[in-house]
Design a protein around this ligand. Structure first.
Ligand code: FUB
Length: 449
């Protein structure tokens, strides 16, 4: 596993603080710096758990640099797919920066990303909506929710009667409001401020139901002091009033200043997702995903969680593949040069595949984002009517890749193993150039970590 950077930092911490136990807490994944996990199971697929997360940029240790969002999925909690970047500040006309916390919702047959970014015109956080016909995105921005100012850390809760409610909060305040059916506006007369009902609240509300009650969990500052602990309160109705119940995650070794996440039931087990700073070795704004089972007492109270014991995988390390659909283009950080998306040949995944490699410089590129320098196996799913030569570039310079890689004709769609590649911590462009017109179709790139 790729702990080299954190091992160096941890060695320092052990030297300085002999009680620091680097093995006590385990990250859910260590291949990427991601935070604010919002967990969902969509109605048409109870076997798949989805995580929608923000993304921390390696080396910056500053929330202001956050630029885009990732989606992850799993069916067994051990094997995970990182679907890559699904929306970035670049794709949102009204926003300038701060791709902070995030949620998602399924409504009327479409998947919505509910996110916050700083609006260029006003300098305030807005709650944006972006839409996709697939849960893994990528997503297309459709504007921000009207009537929600400083809409940081949105959580969109849809009640059993299909009524949508938005919760949000930052800087020690928490608000909630009912939304219009199309999600695009707050209904002003329903707006409530929940701050006084949520002791120590700081930001990041999340609502789930258990045994007919509404549970509002939130990161708070105990007596105003950092780092955050995880609190919850319970109500009979989504907009409250809420009764404070206590803390279910206290301070722990390896935590970041913040701990914002979500709670969900998957395959009959309750799970708390949150984040920490274990992989970055304690850089508080360079965070990794965490997950633990969550249990209730008979009276409905939540038992305190022992962070990072990886109970959800029986203590095993997770296995991650980064799956980058060739057709996803700009929203996923990729680019099509001289090529185009098609869906006329069946058997592809996602929305289609990239084809039209007619002249020798036509290419497709995808973006792979990783936490630290590492190696991964690169597999490309493609179809080619004849043998051809490819240039496969990883990084920014041709010398980082393989010029003139011989590729053979396939029998329809095939997964072609290109071997191990080196990735740099941060952004990696993988560009695939076909040097001859062989009716090439490229479905996806997979990086097995
Ligand atoms: O990830 C950036 C910010 O840090 C989030 O919006 C907050 O919830 C905190 O986790």
């Amino acid at each position: 596993m790729r702990y080299f950077k954190s091992i160096i930092v941890s060695t320092f911490l052990i030297f300085l603080f002999p009680d620091f136990d680097v093995h006590a807490q385990k990250p859910l994944m260590d291949h990427i710096f991601a935070a604010d996990p919002s967990a969902h199971i969509w109605p048409n697929d109870p076997n798949t758990l989805w995580l929608y997360t923000s993304h921390d940029i390696p080396g910056t240790n500053h929330h202001a640099t956050m630029f885009g969002y990732h989606v992850f999925s799993t069916t067994d909690l051990v094997n995970w797919i990182d679907h890559g970047r699904v929306l970035s500040v670049n794709d949102v006309d009204w926003a300038v920066s701060h791709a902070w916390a995030i949620d998602a919702v399924y409504r009327n047959g479409q998947y919505y990303l509910v996110y916050c970014m700083i609006e260029t015109a006003t300098g305030m956080f807005r709650t944006g909506l972006a839409v996709s016909d697939l849960p893994q995105g990528p997503f297309t921005d459709i504007g921000f929710i009207q009537g929600v100012d400083w809409g940081q850390d949105p959580a969109l809760f849809v009640d059993d009667d299909n009524t949508p409610y938005l919760f949000w909060g930052s800087g020690g305040r928490c608000h909630a409001v009912q939304l219009t059916d199309d999600l695009m506006a707050a209904i002003p007369e329903t707006r409530v401020e929940l701050t006084s009902q949520l002791p120590d609240v700081f930001e990041g509300p999340w609502v789930h139901t258990y045994q007919g009650k509404y549970y509002l969990s939130y990161p708070g500052l105990p007596n105003g002091n950092w780092p955050q602990h995880y609190y919850y309160a319970v109500a009979d109705k989504p907009l409250g009033p809420y009764t404070y119940k206590g803390v279910f995650i206290s301070g722990f070794t390896g935590q970041s200043g913040t701990n914002h996440g979500s709670i969900i039931k998957f395959k009959d087990q309750w799970i708390a997702f949150y984040h920490a700073a274990i992989v970055s070795g304690g850089m508080s704004e360079v965070r990794n995903l965490m997950a633990d089972f969550l249990f209730y007492n008979a009276d409905g109270s939540i038992q305190e969680i022992v962070p990072g014991n990886l109970s959800i995988t029986n203590g095993q390390d997770t296995r991650v593949s980064i799956l980058l659909e060739a057709e996803n283009g700009k929203a996923a950080g990729g680019k099509l040069t001289g090529t185009h998306v098609s869906s006329s040949t069946t058997g592809y995944s996602g929305r289609g595949y990239v084809t039209g490699f007619d002249v020798s410089h036509d290419n497709v590129s995808v973006l792979a984002q990783v936490a630290n320098d590492c190696t991964a196996r690169l597999i490309v799913r493609l179809s080619a009517d004849d043998n051809f030569t490819a240039d496969v570039l990883v990084g920014v310079k041709m010398m980082d890749g393989w010029e003139g890689t011989p590729m053979r004709k396939t029998n329809g769609w095939e997964e072609v193993d290109l071997g191990m590649i080196d990735l740099k911590g941060g952004d990696n462009i993988i560009r695939f150039t076909c040097k001859k017109n062989v009716n090439l179709k490229v479905d996806w790139f997979k990086l097995e970590m």
